[in-house]
Design a protein around this ligand. Structure first.
Ligand code: GTP
Ligand code: MG
Length: 449
């Protein structure tokens, strides 16, 4: 199978993201035959100057036929592997996609306009990338032609931006002086910048490594649904979901969280295919179990012998707020993580960060739109998750205010519940253990006590 990598291109408005993407398509020969000429000709006919960004628009128009592109994702190939480029039109859309899981990037190209220099979004985007755990970043200083390929100006940007990136824990792979429009240092070094001896854009992105594979991580799958076979009084059930990470095999013992119920995988079912002996990340599967446990959609499955997720009702998280109304303490929001939904309260806003100035303010009562904050949240009941340091997918959530996705974030710490461990929680632990015992010995009982 070909290796594939998702890369997001971010940068301040007009700094040249779409031009760079168009240029990459042209210079790697990824465009359909004749496309470039056709777009150039259309421009001539309409007496408007050609823009590489028009190539993207043209491809989007053709989506129904070509399927090389959709509004957010562009596919292209280098000699090394396949790429999906995510051209983030604005940071809000990008964030929404990243947070909701619609687009997941493993690396990023940060674009800075050489003439305009470091803009507010250049900082904000970098900060967001770091918050989202994207550490492989190349910085392209674009429009070098507008500053006559001046080495000193490039160096000034590099020095200033590097020290900012360092503060937020990012070590960029390379600073590349480019002209996306003129095709300089995109796929080829040219004489235009004789003082630069580093790598081109394509060399840098080919040098990125794909994530330590999800397959090697602990098994995680949120239950999407539980189906019953109805024919012939069959009481078997199938637990359906999409694998978030790790692998699963028939015979594996699994644990459902937060209920704590345990069973063993009898078979893996994939729609329209023979039952495989193994399934891994991103596969939509159904599991049949050796004992019938009564679990709900939304539970998080792990595998016995691997690290279990955290189950608690209190946590610390970094939240990016995009809501029209500010995020406030004491109000109830809906938190969605995988297929799990819980009602949460913002217990405390510990820090609010202005990503551009890198100034923090403490002890605030509200977080405004486009601000990044560190908060303590408490949920109405315990739920299950991982920390961002453990698993990037099962630690990411969105917050819903009313009906709108108003924010999203990542969980950094699991905290002890506020309530002292009381008799009722001890009892429920007892209940879980009892259920598991009953299931083991009397598999046909309905033990959903
Ligand atoms: P948004 O999508 O609106 O955020 O902009 P963008 O970042 O995608 O920028 P885009 O690629 O549309 O480029 C903006 C303008 O900058 C266009 O007119 C481009 O032709 C121009 N531009 C892009 N790259 C270069 C370059 O290397 N040199 C020069 N001189 N102009 C460039
Ligand atoms: Mg654009």
């Amino acid at each position: 199978m070909n290796e594939r990598m998702n890369i997001v291109i971010v940068g301040h408005v007009d700094h040249g993201k779409s031009t760079l993407v168009g240029r990459l398509l042209v210079d790697t020969g990824s465009l359909p035959e004749g496309k470039l000429d056709q777009v150039r000709r259309t421009c001539e006919l309409n007496a408007k100057p050609f823009e590489f960004a028009f190539l993207l628009d043209a491809l989007i128009d053709e989506q129904a036929q070509g399927i090389t592109i959709d509004t957010a994702r562009i596919f292209f190939k280098s000699a090394r592997r396949e790429y999906i480029l995510i051209d983030a039109p604005g940071h809000i859309e990008f964030l929404k996609n990243m947070i909701s899981g619609a687009a997941r990037a493993e690396a990023a190209i940060l674009l800075i306009d050489a003439e305009e220099g470091i803009a507010e979004n250049s900082k904000r985007h970098a900060y967001m990338l770091s918050m989202l755990g994207i550490k492989q970043i190349a910085v392209a200083v674009n429009k070098m032609d507008l500053i006559n390929y001046d080495e000193q100006k490039f160096k000034n940007i590099k020095t200033e931006y590097s020290s900012f990136l360092e503060e937020i824990g990012i070590v960029p792979f390379e600073f590349i002086p480019v002209s996306a429009r003129n095709g300089i240092n995109i796929t080829e070094n040219t004489a235009a910048i004789p003082w630069y001896h580093g790598r081109t854009i394509i060399e840098v992105i080919d040098g990125f490594t794909t994530e330590p594979e999800d397959e090697k991580k602990d098994f995680r799958m949120f239950v999407q649904d539980v189906y019953k076979f109805t024919a012939n009084h069959d009481d078997r059930r199938i637990v359906a979901g999409t694998i978030n990470s790790g692998t699963i095999h028939p015979g594996d013992e699994i644990v459902f969280h937060p209920s704590g119920k345990i069973s063993t995988v009898k078979s893996i079912e994939i729609f329209g295919k023979d039952s495989p002996q193994v399934a891994g990340s991103d596969q939509a599967i159904g599991l049949t179990l050796t004992t019938q446990v009564y679990v709900k959609a939304s539970e998080l499955i792990s595998r016995t012998g691997e690290r279990a997720p955290h189950t608690t009702e209190r946590l610390r998280a970094n939240i990016f707020w995009m809501g029209k109304r500010p995020l406030v303490t004491g109000k109830s929001y809906k938190l969605k993580i995988g297929t799990q939904k819980v009602s949460v309260n913002i217990e405390k806003i510990e820090q609010v960060l202005d990503a551009s100035a890198l100034e923090t303010s403490m002890e605030r009562k509200q977080v405004n739109r486009h601000e990044v904050s560190q908060c303590i949240m408490s949920a109405s009941s315990p739920f299950s998750f991982d920390l961002v340091s453990e698993n990037k997918i099962t630690s990411r959530f969105v917050l819903v205010d009313g009906y709108d996705i108003a924010g999203g974030g990542i969980i950094t710490h699991a905290l002890k519940g506020l309530k002292p461990e009381d008799a009722s929680s001890k009892f429920s632990q007892f209940q879980i253990e009892l259920n598991n015992l009953i299931q083991k010995h009397f598999p046909n009982w309905d033990v959903n006590l």
